[in-house]
Design a protein around this ligand. Sequence first.
Ligand SMILES: C[S@@+](CC[C@H](N)C(=O)[O-])C[C@H]1O[C@@H](n2cnc3c(N)ncnc32)[C@H](O)[C@@H]1O
Length: 474
Amino acid sequence: MPGKLNNSNDTENVATHRSAAASSFLLEELAWKCTKNAIAVSQYLSAHELPQPSHEPDGPSSTLPKDAPPNVQRARQSLMDSALQLFQLAAGPSEFITNLAPGFQYVACLAWLLRFDIFHLVPASGTISYKDLAMAASKRANGAVDIPETRLKSIVRMAMTSALFREPEPNRVGHSATSALVARDADVHSWASYLSTRSAPTALSMTAAHDQFTPASVAKNETAYNVAFSTELPFFDHLSLDPANTAEFAGYMRNVTTSVGVDLKHLVNGYPWAELRSGLVVDVGGSTGNAAIALARSFPDLNFIVQDLPDNANAGRQAAETTLPNNILSRITFQGHDFTQPQPVAGADVYLLRMILHDWPDHVAITILKNLVPVLEKGTAKLLIMDTVLPAPGQVPNSVERIVRVRDLTMMQVFNSHERDLEQWRALLAAADEGLRLRQVTKPFGSAMSLLEVELDRDVQQDEEKEENWDISG
Ligand SMILES: C[S@@+](CC[C@H](N)C(=O)[O-])C[C@H]1O[C@@H](n2cnc3c(N)ncnc32)[C@H](O)[C@@H]1O
């Protein structure tokens, strides 16, 4: 009888209706969040007379300036998160696979467009016909390749659906804000090239690598990268065979190291360095000294020893001697040291490991830590690790979490290493020495990495965790 709820079919109908109501509520809630956060971002831009985001070729390359206040940055992050969820819900499970395909086609198109230099052949302002663009691309390749207009059109028009390029008038191509950025910024160009020709084939070889070696392999030359590029060499050794690849990777790294998420300001402002007074800091694996130099500029009473492999230490010393003023140079010493060997400097206040341990599988990371334990024995020295702490699933906005998890998988696919969550950090420290205590974990706002302060203490049990702010901008 209609309207009665007392048989099993009716109960099922009510349940279906309720869950439909819940999901329509979720759609509306997400749409409302999008609106609210879009207004917050847009109003901030207007109030500061900054350009609104746009796909026009002269549109801004970043939605917000790096120094936008945290609440506005959070609004942008939340906007991306809600928009992503809204798309997934609106598409529904039945269109999940359909919507995966554009992702890999975008990467395939990007590789092709870079290969035939389309980004530089489209004029910085104005448009070019597909016919002329195809001819220009063929000519750029010294006539060695014939690029059919129809193929070019298919590829560019696919790319356009991801906001790369535009067709403002029929059959004529112009730049969008994103393609214009790739065209004018050589490092972004290198980054795009590295992503489409190295990262993507590596990721797609993950299953083959786990078949060929074993999913548990921790060897540096048994990775997805090794399968993708048919080499037995570890990543950096293979890259160094070709100067062009090395240069491309350097451009990619410059983008990474100048991004907001890994800005050195988070190290400088994120730890009470001033409390050390006239202390000594050893930067273990400190490359050519960038972190030490930034700290030395802000804390005039601190001294530094930058340790790295001999070539890097020498390069750092030479660069420092020619570029740094004496009041900085006199406080920084460069030392060749292999961190898989015992630490030669005792008596420092802080031993810094910034972006070191995530490069290494557990057994090597444990060796690196064990080599520091004897110099922490005096009980006052701190070990300061600056690295990613993986969030629990759903702990941070999905728009953030998916980028952090890309880094985790990249570490696995290229180095047979991984990023670590807090439990894994604790386990790693305990495996190196039971007396290593994680005292404090802080994550400066906007930083992709956390600061983990560790002491050697065989009695105290309590750890303190500070607020985590998740933002991977940049
Ligand atoms: C990702 S970089 C991090 C550099 C620096 N700590 C920073 O925050 O920019 C890793 C550094 O570890 C160094 N490295 C690699 N193996 C090493 C080893 N066995 N001993 C010392 N340094 C090493 C590399 O030369 C490189 O400078």
